[in-house]
Ligand binder design. Structure first.
Ligand SMILES: [Cu+2]
Length: 261
């Protein structure tokens, strides 16, 4: 009883109506969870994400970090409201009376549409700029061309600039810091050509050529090319090595494939 009049003696509301300030509690939890979530994500992302090994791969990872950071408050908003309602508005028995009718609150509706609209527009503009930056470069004489053929269930790679006469390599070998473009087709069904570390991914279509943007490998190492379209029984085995090596290793590899560097 002693706490009945915290607000001061001038209050005209009856004491029984004192409800906790739900909205302020929810918003405070939302802000705290969002900030903690964003900080954790930005700190942990470099440890969680696989290594990016090209200019495009690094740009893609940056986009991923920014978009996820923006999505955290949006997701937290929904889940905080849900969790708060489940905990604080729980009733054991069937409710015997109707809830208070909801009245339209134009400010909330306009705010929600406005904020999510601006967020979507930001993602769209970001995407368009990134797409332009990644695809606008034209190949030149220094661009290495790798022809990729997909079939159930293997990849073959050809290096037409080096006159390799073999049936095609079973792995991708790339010299460090040299721009490369992959030109892709399929012998049978739809496959998906993707090298996550290099930030390239494009469909492999039968009877058609598709190409990736020009990409420059920036970190030596061993990566993988995967098929990313469900293409039949052994789809999950359809992956090969991608080796980014120095120029002399690349030259001797080309020679070992029957080509002349
Ligand atoms: Cu496939």
């Amino acid at each position: 009883m002693s706490e009945a009049n915290i607000e001061g003696s001038t209050s005209t509301t009856p004491p029984a109506r004192r409800e906790p300030e739900h909205f302020r509690r929810v918003m405070t939890s939302w802000v705290v969870i969002s900030i903690v979530g964003i900080v954790l994500w930005v700190l942990l992302a470099p440890l969680i994400l696989p290594q990016a090994a090209s200019n495009l791969g690094s740009a893609d990872d940056f986009t991923l970090v920014i978009f996820t950071a923006l999505a955290i408050p949006v997701a937290a908003f929904v889940f905080v409201f849900l969790a708060y309602s489940l905990i604080f508005f729980r009733t054991k028995d069937r409710p015997t009376e109707d809830a208070i009718p909801l009245k339209p609150r134009p400010g909330i509706q306009i705010g929600w549409l406005g904020i999510t609209g601006v967020l979507c527009l930001f993602l769209f503009i970001w995407g368009m700029i990134a797409y332009y930056q990644e695809t606008s470069a034209a190949p030149n004489s220094n661009t290495l061309v790798v022809q990729v053929t997909a079939q159930q269930w293997q990849w073959t790679f050809n290096y037409p600039q080096f006159g390799a006469t073999s049936q095609g390599a079973q792995v991708i070998e790339l010299p460090l810091n040299r721009p490369v473009q992959f030109v892709i087709t399929s012998k049978d069904v739809l496959h998906g050509f993707a090298i996550r570390a290099l930030g390239v991914r494009v469909d492999a279509n039968p009877g058609e050529m598709t190409s990736t943007p020009i990409v420059t490998p920036t970190v030596m190492g061993k990566y993988t090319v995967n098929c990313v379209e469900l293409c039949g029984l052994l789809h999950s085995y359809m992956w090969e090595s991608v080796n980014v090596v120095d120029q002399s290793t690349f030259n001797s590899w080309i020679a070992s494939q029957g080509g002349h560097p």
